[in-house]
Design a protein around this ligand. Structure first.
Ligand code: REL
Ligand code: ZN
Length: 429
């Protein structure tokens, strides 16, 4: 086969990266079966978990943090006292009308509206609201997945969330959409055992404050039951920067003696999302979480202790990305994934992805969306695909200069594994 001419590489790569379907490895999205507060043809469920539409897009917690900077005269309390649409109107006015929406989260709204055929230059949200009110939730899911080039949207299913828990436990459970595989998420088990234990006891599992041997058995039973109910594709938790392993304490005992064994019994990978300090500014609620540097040696120690356990990791701090890539070179059971939250910006995706390709070749998962609002898939994947294409083009140009024939088939193979194939291999073993 002949190689692609160096001056044609950029176009060939962006075509392949644009055409490759995505399996989004981590989102907070739900299909309509989990209820939705709005939409044509459905009974509105005010606590429904499927978030979509312009008010949700504009009140994304990333933008709440930004509007409180742009309009410091608005206190967080006053902001949250407004209705959702009043919050959206304020954000629209301050960040999109009175200022230029250059931040990544703002640009995301612009890309999203444009991709839906709506004009992001409108001074008011009224017309956009009318358009969304005409859509059915199911139709919108189909439209967005199609336009975003995403075929699988991995959910995050928090067993400690009472609202969601009730839906799983309802008579008949929740109807499942195969495009939305589940993930069993249980942060408090490891991060806050003193809070998790009484909840487990309420649910009928005999656990104690020390997480003694009997408790460990009960946690295994709890996990086994939820794995049976949700059929997750992996288990997940996020951990604070202070997390150390090995170290004494109930959380790590639960991790090593209940969580990892339950994952291995059911053949499930375990995802660790490390580096978040929750509630640094509690008044900001969901927008108030902060960041800290992860102790990567602890992650490496876990990978060393459980060589058979597939471990996926994403770290919040830019400072940790190099050490994570190096750890993955040492432990083949470790897969770095995504550019999480505060590093999901074009410049940091570029630097992180370039480094990962240079240290790991194509053996990682470059991105996940972390979308909370359905239509965010449109911008998160558009922006990330553009950066991935740019980095891959550079790598191929260097290879071509070194004498390698970069063929169209190789470009397609790489684009497919980076956007979907590596996830499928990781989760379907
Ligand atoms: O899954 C997580 O823990 C985080 O991704 C979220 O807590 C966070 O709020 C999310 O919206 C970030 O993108
Ligand atoms: Zn998340």
């Amino acid at each position: 086969a002949t190689g692609v001419a160096p001056e044609k590489l950029a176009e060939a790569v962006s075509r392949a990266v644009g055409a490759a379907p995505v399996w989004d490895l981590h989102t907070h999205l739900f299909p309509p079966e989990f209820g939705t507060p709005m939409g044509r043809g459905v009974t509105p469920d005010p606590h429904g978990l499927m978030l979509w539409g312009v008010d949700e897009l504009v009140t994304y917690h990333y933008l709440i943090a930004e509007v409180l900077r742009e309009a410091p005269e608005v206190t967080p309390e006053a902001f949250y006292a407004r209705s959702r649409s009043e919050q959206a109107d304020l954000i629209w006015q301050k960040l999109f009308v009175d200022a230029t929406p250059v931040s990544e989260a703002c640009r995301g709204v612009v890309t999203t509206l444009t991709k839906l055929g709506l004009d992001p230059n409108e001074k008011s949200l009224a017309g956009h609201r009318r358009w969304f009110a005409e859509q059915t939730p199911a139709g919108q899911v189909d439209r967005v997945l199609e336009l975003a080039g995403v075929d699988t949207v991995t959910m995050t299913n928090d067993v400690f969330d009472e609202n969601e828990r009730g839906r799983w436990l309802a008579e008949g459970g929740v109807a499942r959409d195969p495009r939305f595989p589940a993930v069993l998420r249980f942060d408090p088990l490891v991060v806050d055992w003193p809070a998790a234990a009484p909840r487990l006891r309420d649910w009928g599992y005999a656990v104690d404050a020390q997480a003694s041997a009997g408790s460990i058995d009960a946690v295994r039973r709890f996990l086994g039951e939820w794995i049976g109910r949700m059929k997750p594709v992996y288990c997940a938790m996020s951990l604070p920067p202070e997390w150390r392993y090995p170290a004494d304490g109930p959380g790590n005992r639960v991790l090593a003696e209940a969580i990892v064994p339950a994952c291995s019994e059911h053949g499930l990978p375990l995802a660790l999302m490390i580096g978040v300090t929750r509630g640094v500014n509690p008044a900001l609620r969901q927008a108030g979480d902060g960041i800290g540097v992860t102790h990567v040696d602890s992650l490496a120690a876990l990978c060393r202790d459980f060589p058979q356990q597939r471990i996926m990791a994403t770290l919040l701090a830019r400072e940790n990305q190099h050490a994570l890539a190096v750890a993955a070179r040492k432990f083949s059971n470790l897969t770095p994934f995504g550019c999480w939250w505060f590093i999901n910006t074009p410049s940091l995706i570029e630097e992180t992805t370039r480094m990962r390709l240079e240290l790991l070749g194509p053996t990682f998962v470059p991105q996940h969306s972390d979308a909370r609002v359905l239509e965010q898939l449109l911008y998160k994947w558009d922006h990330s695909r553009a950066v991935l294409a740019k980095v891959l083009t550079d790598k191929y140009q260097d290879l071509a200069a070194a004498g390698w024939r970069v063929t169209p088939a190789a470009i397609e193979r790489d684009a497919n594994r980076l956007l979907r194939g590596n996830v499928a291999t990781l989760l379907e073993q």
